[in-house]
Design a protein around this ligand. Structure first.
Ligand code: NAD
Ligand code: TYD
Length: 339
C-alpha cells in the first residue's frame, strides 16, 4: 500500500519514514513537505534513491497541489506530521501556526475524503491537555482529560484535533489521533530543549534555562513514538484517540545538568533566563489505553536514549552546525539576545 506522510523532512516524520522502510519494506512512502526552516531534505538522503520512496515539495495548505497529488498517488493511509511545532515561535507569531496546523489539516482531510483513504492519522501532542500542577504527581493526562490549552501552538493543535473528530462524526472519515509527550532523538532541530543544550554545550555557549528550570516534561525516545504510530495506523480503532508516553518525567534543570555531565562540561554554563510566557508546568501521560489495546510499551529507557542521542549529535556535527550557522542564528539572537 501507499502511505502519504506529511512533514517527513522534520524530526519525527523523518524518523517515522526510516522506521517504516525498515519494518514494512513492502509499503511505498510518499513524503510531502514544504521544507520550512524546520524541514531538511538532507535528512532524507538515506531514502532518496529508494524506489519505494518519493519526495514531493508542497505546502499542505495548497489545496490544488494536495488534491493533484492524491489524484496521482491514491494513498491508502495518510499520516499528518506537518506542523509548525515550536511553542516559542508560536508566541512570537501565531498566524502561521493557525494556517498550517488547522487549515492544512482541513486540506489533508478534504483530500482524504474525496479520494477515500482507509485511514487518516493525525499526529497530535499532549500539550492539548494544558498542564498539571507540580504538587500533584498522582495526576496524569488520559484520553478523556478535557482540552485546555496554554500557547498558540497547543491551541492550534487542539483546534486540529477537534476538526479531525468532527470529520469522523460528520463525514465518516476513518480517523485516528495520537497525542504524544515530548520526543528526543536524532534529527531534532536544535531550537528544542535537548538538541539546543547539546549543541550549545559542545560549543561552550551558555545553556539558557527558562525560569527556575522546575518545569517537568515526560520524555520519549522518538523511535518509540514511531512504533506507536505504526501500531495505531495498522491496528488502532477508527475514531479513537491514543495517548503515547513512557512515564519518564524530568525537570528541565535535571536534563540540562545530565547533558553537562555526559559531555564533561561545567554546570557553570547554565544561565537562568526570563521564563516563557504562559509556561506549562508539567506534562504527564497515562499510556494505559495504547498498552491495553495495542500492547505498546516504550522500549528505550531514558539513560540509553539520551546517550544514543548525544552520540548521534557528536557524530553528525555537520547536520546541526549547518542549521546553527544559517537563518537560525538571527532567530537565536532575537529569542535569547535580550532574555
Ligand atoms: P518539526 O518542526 O521538526 O517538523 C515539521 C515538518 O513539517 C518540517 O519538515 C516542515 O518543513 C514541515 N512543514 C511545516 N509546515 C508545513 C506545511 N505547511 N506544509 C508541508 N510541510 C510543512 O516537527 P516535529 O517535532 O517533527 O513534530 C512533528 C509532529 O509531531 C507535529 O505535528 C507536532 O505537533 C507533533 N508532536 C511533536 C512532539 C515533539 O516533541 N517534537 C511531541 C508530540 C507531538
Ligand atoms: P521545548 O523543547 O521547546 O518543548 P515544549 O515547550 O514543547 O515542551 O521545551 C521543553 C522545556 O524546556 C520547556 O519547559 C521549555 C524549556 N526550555 C528551556 O528552559 N530553555 C530553552 O532554551 C528551550 C528551548 C526550552
Amino acid at each position: 500500500m501507499t502511505i502519504l506522510v506529511t512533514g517527513g523532512a522534520g524530526f519525527i516524520g523523518s524518523n517515522f519514514i526510516f522506521y517504516e522502510r525498515e519494518k514494512h519494506p513492502e509499503d511505498r512512502i510518499v513524503c510531502v513537505d514544504k521544507l520550512t526552516y524546520a524541514g531538511n531534505l538532507s535528512t532524507l538522503a538515506p531514502v532518496m534513491d529508494d524506489p519505494m520512496f518519493r519526495f514531493v515539495k508542497a505546502d499542505i495548505c495548497d489545496r490544488k497541489a494536495i488534491f493533484a497529488l492524491f489524484e496521482e498517488e491514491r494513498p491508502d493511509i495518510v499520516v499528518n506530521f506537518a506542523a509548525e511545532s515550536h511553542v516559542d515561535r508560536s508566541i512570537e507569531d501565531p498566524g502561521v501556526f493557525l494556517e498550517t496546523n488547522i487549515m492544512g489539516t482541513a486540506v489533508m482531510m478534504d483530500a482524504s475524503r474525496k479520494y477515500g483513504v482507509t485511514r487518516y492519522h493525525q499526529v497530535s501532542t499532549d500539550e492539548v491537555y494544558g498542564d498539571l500542577p507540580l504538587d500533584r504527581p498522582d495526576l496524569f493526562f488520559t484520553e478523556t482529560t478535557p482540552l485546555h490549552t496554554s500557547s498558540p501552538y497547543s491551541s492550534s493543535k487542539a483546534g486540529a484535533d477537534l476538526l479531525v473528530m468532527a470529520y469522523h462524526r460528520t463525514f465518516g472519515l476513518p480517523v485516528t489521533v495520537s497525542r504524544c509527550s515530548n520526543n528526543y532523538g536524532p534529527y531534532q532541530f536544535p531550537e528544542k530543549l535537548i538538541p539546543l543544550m547539546i549543541a550549545n554545550a559542545l560549543n561552550d555557549k551558555p545553556l539558557p534555562v527558562y525560569g527556575k528550570g522546575e518545569n517537568v516534561r515526560d520524555w520519549l525516545y522518538v523511535e518509540d513514538h514511531c512504533k506507536a504510530i505504526d501500531l495505531i495506523i495498522r491496528e488502532g480503532r477508527v475514531g479513537e484517540v491514543y495517548n503515547i508516553g513512557g512515564h519518564n518525567e524530568m525537570a528541565n534543570i535535571d536534563i540540562v545538568k545530565l547533558i553537562c555531565r555526559l559531555l564533561g562540561k561545567p554546570e557553570s554554563l547554565i544561565t537562568f533566563v526570563t521564563d516563557r510566557k504562559g509556561h506549562d508546568m508539567r506534562y504527564a501521560i497515562d499510556p494505559a489505553k495504547i498498552h491495553a489495546e495495542l500492547g505498546w510499551l516504550p522500549e528505550t529507557m531514558f539513560a540509553e536514549g539520551i546517550r544514543r542521542t548525544i552520540v548521534w549529535y557528536l557524530e553528525h556535527r555537520e547536520w546541526w552546525e549547518t542549521i546553527v550557522s544559517g537563518e537560525y542564528r538571527s532567530y537565536y539572537e532575537k529569542m535569547y539576545g535580550s532574555r
